[in-house]
Design a protein around this ligand. Sequence first.
Ligand code: CO
Length: 199
Amino acid sequence: MLDHLKANNRAWAARKTAADAGFFRRLVGQQAPQYLWIGCSDSRVPANEIVDLDPGELFVHRNVANLAPPQDANYLSVLQFAVDVLKVRHILVVGHYGCGGVRAAVDGHRRGLVDHWLHPIREVYHAHRHELQAIADDDARHNRLCELNVMRQVRNVAADVFVQDAWARSQELMVHGWVYSLQTGLVKDLEVSVSGPEL
Ligand code: CO
């Protein structure tokens, strides 16, 4: 079963070792990434690949529509471990244009559990409904909502007690908001970076 994936894996491990004999041995020794990536589960947005980082360099949390909900135990566990134990320097909230999760949040169709998961995006839509409704083009409006969602999640992360406590003890930590384009492969920095407790 899945023999092609197992073959891919063997070839990949061999390539890594050929290029750097100590690669895996070093990683076993310690995990010391400088970055936490909070991104969408979308298969077209592979975290490490986009920023061309190796295993060990990026701590990753992905979910549908790159949310940072302050009651989600999975996200909070990742965030606390990244901030308190790994002491990452940067947290990247990375959305992407054309996000199906963001679209599903506001298209009016009922899908079940995911409607609850996506509820925060409907709140973002409501908060910015005047700006969004003024955008005539469907894709442009959707893409703007993708950006606004990232900005909102950046604020969630920055307002979290783990992050606030890190800043209170003068730990170096920044939170950033990016959006990735499926069409160009490029990320856009939304320039909403936060580096301290003023919100
Ligand atoms: Co998505």
